[in-house]
Write a protein of this length. Structure first.
Length: 325
């Protein structure tokens, strides 16, 4: 009898335990979130992340710990992120260089951004105007192209490094306008701006935040922008499409990514926090002051953008046989 009663009790407990709800999934997040910035402190990626971090912290209820992991033009930090545990406690803010350009250059990037990363949202778009020194006579893209065609090889265009966004933008212009201009590589945007001011190079693309002080001072002249619309900072400057070169659409950008295979609910939470921060009026104001356009698009939109940028710059790199420094 005792065995029968005991067996019956055990059977009942098993049945009851099967009817009970499964333990609730652990809430996210329960500890600080590491944000990899793949550049030194003070750069564009670092600035936008530090502007966003307090708003994301307020939404997520946990602090964001920013970790600067510079190296290889942004590749080192993105590699750390791609290889991190897919638990939502490591994310990164990458640039066009690390997420779309470097993987298409012939240098063995140790990750595939389309396979090893989960897109969260575009953080900001940084326009790349085409500029010339104020001492140059060109007042329009048409005048610049006409001069370059009249004297092939006589004009130099500068960039912030071989394989950089300004280099690829110059290659876009060269191909779209059918001109022969010589590429001169510098180590960074500041040396490039100096070279333009000193007329070492006669034209070039660069991030708008670097150029704005010189454009406002009148020492450099912007001829066109690669964005779809004119920019509020330089409203009189036409778009490349307006001057007949719609294929020149170079813009730098920075976006948030997580390791691939992060669970869907965690990706949803991270996106909500990031997109919400980018819609905050104070964040918008601060990014606009930097000469940047705030992002905040959906994960699907950023994923499509990431694929498009990889395809676009991969084609420019192949066509120009471009190699990194």
């Amino acid at each position: 009898m005792l065995r029968l009663v005991t067996g019956g009790l055990l059977t009942a407990l098993i049945i009851l335990s099967g009817a009970l709800p499964a333990p609730a999934q652990e809430a996210y997040p329960t500890r600080p979130i590491r944000v990899i910035v793949p550049f030194a402190a003070g750069g564009p990626s670092d600035i936008v992340m530090r502007i966003m971090a307090p708003r994301m912290t307020a939404t997520l209820g946990q602090p964001l710990v920013i970790e600067n992991r510079s190296g290889a033009g942004g590749v080192t930090g993105i590699e750390v992120t791609a290889k991190a545990a897919p638990d939502g406690y490591t994310i990164a803010i990458g640039s066009a260089g690390g997420l779309a350009v470097a993987p298409r250059l012939d240098r063995g990037t140790p990750y595939d951004p389309l396979r090893d990363l989960a897109p969260l949202t575009l953080a900001m778009l940084v326009p790349e105007p085409l500029v010339v020194p104020a001492a140059m006579p060109f007042r329009s893209v048409q005048e610049l192209v006409a001069a370059a065609r009249a004297r092939p090889g006589s004009l130099n265009y500068g960039s912030s490094g071989s394989g950089s966004m300004p280099h690829l933008a110059g290659e876009q212009l060269r191909a779209a306008a059918g001109i022969d201009v010589t590429h001169i590589s510098y180590r960074g945007g500041a040396p490039l701006a100096t070279a333009l001011l000193q007329n070492e190079v006669q034209l070039g693309f660069a991030d708008l935040p670097i150029l704005l002080p010189y454009l406002r001072a009148g020492s450099l002249r912007a001829l066109a922008v690669g964005t779809q619309q004119r920019l509020p900072w330089i409203p009189d400057v036409p778009t490349m499409a307006e001057v007949g070169l719609p294929d020149v659409d170079a813009n730098n950008w920075h976006g948030l990514v997580a390791p691939a295979r992060v669970p869907e609910p965690i990706l949803v939470a991270l996106h909500r926090a990031a997109a919400g921060a980018l819609r905050d009026p104070e964040v918008v104001r601060l990014l606009n002051e930097q000469g940047a356009i705030p992002g905040g698009n959906s994960r699907e939109e950023f994923g499509a953008f990431l694929r498009s940028e990889n395809e676009k710059w991969g084609e420019v790199i192949r066509r120009g046989n471009i190699r990194a420094d």
